[in-house]
Each structure stands twice: as C-alpha cells, then as structure tokens.
Design a protein around this ligand. Structure first.
Ligand code: DQA
Length: 162
C-alpha cells in the first residue's frame, strides 16, 4: 500500500517568505519550509503535496482535490484566515482533518489578526512557533491518523475512493 498523502497548503504572500518582513516571519524561504515538511512527513511515513497560491479560489480548489487525494491538510491561509468564509466552508466541506498553522503569533499583532474564520473548523491550530509550526502540524496529523487506527484513512475515504 502506498504511503498516505498530506497536503501542505500555503496562502497569499507566503511565496515571499525569507524576504518578507523577516523580523516577523524569519529568514527561511518557502523552499526551506517545503524541505522541512518533506523531512518531517517522511519521519511519519507520509507523502507530501506542497502547494502555495495567492488566489482564494485556487486554495479552495486545492482543498477540494485534497478531499479525493489526501488524508489531511496542514494549512497556512495567510491573510485569508481573517477574511474568508469561503475557505472556512471548504475546510468544513472536505471532511478531512485540517491543521491551521501561523508562523507568527497573530495574537501579539494587530487586532484584525486575532480572529480566524478557519480555527472553529480546524482539527488543531499552531500559532507563533515559527516555521516549526509546520512540523507540529504534520506530527499532529500523523497522531490523528494513528489514533484513527487505519493507516491515515479517515472515515469515509473508502466510500469516496470506491
Ligand atoms: C500568517 C499570519 C497572517 O495574519 C498573515 O496575513 C500572513 C501570515 C502567519 O503565518 O503568521 O500572511 O498566516
């Protein structure tokens, strides 16, 4: 059986990691984040699809594809976190565990970053741990898969794949 796949999904402006506000987001690039995600996923026997988009609809499409192709998602929605009911609906609609990650501590920043439309529908939330939050998100997904007991196949996956 092939390894279960997880989607690592990054929203707007995260393509600029490393050069964008390094005092807030650190020095590591999105490519560095991809490498650390692949390394952490491999430790848990998981395959990775890594996607970044600056467009809300593309993020929704990626979540819909994940419904059919992946066992879970680590999602940094960027600023759409604070604005997008459509992304929250997509997260609810795909019925996969979606772990929300923010590199910075959004609660120590502007008030408009304190509310997340995604958190109420997320399986877990990691905030302010820097890019290590992605590792924590992957480890949490692996933990959920193990707890579900079926090699990363969430309830309902069999029917969908049939
Ligand atoms: C972010 C926090 C958001 O408020 C911001 O708009 C981002 C990045 C983070 O990872 O800390 O683009 O999601």
């Amino acid at each position: 059986m092939s390894a279960p796949k997880i989607l690592i999904l990054n929203g707007p402006n995260l393509n600029l990691l490393g050069t964008r506000e390094p005092t807030v987001y650190g020095q590591q690039t999105l490519q560095d984040v991809e490498s650390l995600c692949r390394e952490e996923a491999a430790r848990h026997g998981l395959d990775v699809e890594f996607v970044q988009s600056n467009h809300e609809g593309d993020l929704i499409d990626a979540l819909h594809r994940a419904r059919l192709e992946a066992a879970g998602v680590v999602f940094n929605p960027g600023a759409y976190t604070h604005t997008s009911i459509a992304l929250a609906d997509a997260v609810s609609g795909i019925e996969l565990p979606v772990v929300e990650v923010h590199i910075s501590n959004v609660h120590a920043r502007e008030a408009f970053r304190h509310h997340s439309f995604i958190s109420p529908v997320a399986a877990a939330v990691f905030i302010g741990a820097g890019v290590n939050g992605y590792r924590l998100g992957i480890a949490q997904l692996a933990h959920l898969f193990e707890a579900a007991g079926a090699a990363g196949r969430p309830a309902g996956a069999d029917e969908r794949d049939a």
